[in-house]
Design a protein around this ligand. Structure first.
Ligand SMILES: [Zn+2]
Length: 364
């Protein structure tokens, strides 16, 4: 069973779009015919934690505009984000330089090797014709939007064309994905199988449905049992090989992995982790504290995707949307510095030409 049936009435979109389903082995998690509502429930304790997030001071729009409202302010901020200790030549790493002006952006010329570096060269802004103020506003809007921001909303708010907004959105999501890729989960890690997409009408139902894109949902916990970090990774399927590869890339050796009875998860031992199976029996999601945080994360993800985005190609771009979600989730206690951290990540990120931005992800 998938969530498609349970969510159809919530959304006017076709059932095969923007649905996260989480198939249990038949009968093991919820009774046949019972709508699986676990993903929509936020447990009380996590609701308290969420309040801590909701009421923290973010960076207000007036404050943002005061700091980044002009092209000169944005250029200075970008320069600082790239070279906080002063310019270093990317070719020879020397610091002696002069600044050439006249073009749109500052150009730094190295005294030692004469190499010229534009302020935006080597960042995701490379080659842009847009003012930096537009990019900075996009970074602000994307980082402050509680449940993500669609390209259409970005188009309206930035006053740019839809293709431009789409490209800005995807470049920023790729920055977040690159950042998230660096982390590995450690300690107690709870994992579960989940899917983007539901079944097409008339298609196969459940695991194996052709329009579903599988991903591993994982949450590491702190010593007092609260979520530390989450990862949502597309996988080719729930096979032992895929899970062993996933574990090698995303788990620290020595971690303890908790899952339900889905067989493939025992392959985490290939990455030096211990595996503990929770027998779910006939119990419901609420009765299973082991899955509380996974369910909370997936519930938030579902709200974020169905509330903010129209249909997107799950296989091609799913990894980016998932990374944009986890980027925000993993920094949920720090909304105020989120825009500047995303800016720093964008400044340090390799440029993304349009072609590679549109390319499919390598995961599947
Ligand atoms: Zn040089």
């Amino acid at each position: 069973m998938t969530l498609a049936a349970a969510t159809e009435h919530l959304s006017p979109r076709p059932a095969n779009l923007l649905v996260i389903s989480n198939d249990r082995q038949p009968g093991s998690f919820h009774a046949p015919g019972e709508a699986y509502a676990g993903l929509q429930i936020v447990p009380e304790e996590s609701a308290m934690a969420m309040n801590r997030i909701q009421f923290q001071p973010g960076l207000s729009m007036p404050e943002f505009l005061r700091r980044f409202g002009t092209e000169a302010q944005c250029a200075a901020a970008l320069e600082h984000a790239r070279w906080s200790a002063g310019f270093r030549c990317p070719r020879c790493d020397r610091s002696d330089h002069c600044v050439l002006r006249g073009g749109t952006h500052k150009v730094f010329q190295c005294h030692a090797c004469r190499h010229q570096t534009s302020l935006i060269a080597g960042t995701i802004f490379q080659g842009t014709k847009l003012p930096l103020t537009v990019w900075f506003l996009a970074i602000y809007l994307v980082s402050q939007a509680k449940t993500g921001l669609s390209a259409l909303a970005l188009k309206r708010q930035l006053g740019v064309s839809y293709p431009t907004a789409w490209l800005i959105q995807h470049k920023l999501m790729q920055v977040m994905a690159d950042r998230e890729e660096r982390y590995v989960l450690t300690g107690q890690v709870h994992v579960d199988d989940a899917y983007l997409g539901g079944e097409r009408s008339g298609g196969k139902v459940g695991r194996g449905s052709e329009n579903k894109v599988p991903f591993v949902a994982a949450v590491s916990l702190t010593e007092d049992g609260h979520p530390a970090h989450t990862k949502l990774s597309l996988v080719p399927g729930f096979t032992r090989t895929a899970i062993a590869q996933w574990a090698n890339a995303h788990l620290a050796p020595g971690s303890t992995v908790f899952s339900d009875g889905l067989g493939c998860f025992s392959a985490v031992t290939a990455a030096g982790c211990t595996h503990q199976v929770t027998v779910v029996g006939g119990r419901k999601p609420n009765d299973l504290p082991e899955f509380k945080w996974i369910n909370t994360v997936l519930g938030n993800l579902k709200t974020s995707l169905s509330g903010s985005y129209h249909a997107f190609a799950f296989r091609k771009y799913g990894a980016r949307y998932l990374a944009a979600f986890t980027y925000r989730f993993n920094r949920r206690f720090d909304l105020q510095t989120l825009p500047t951290r995303l800016l720093a990540a964008a400044a340090g990120c390799a440029p993304r030409p349009m072609r590679s931005t549109r390319q499919a992800e390598v995961h599947c």
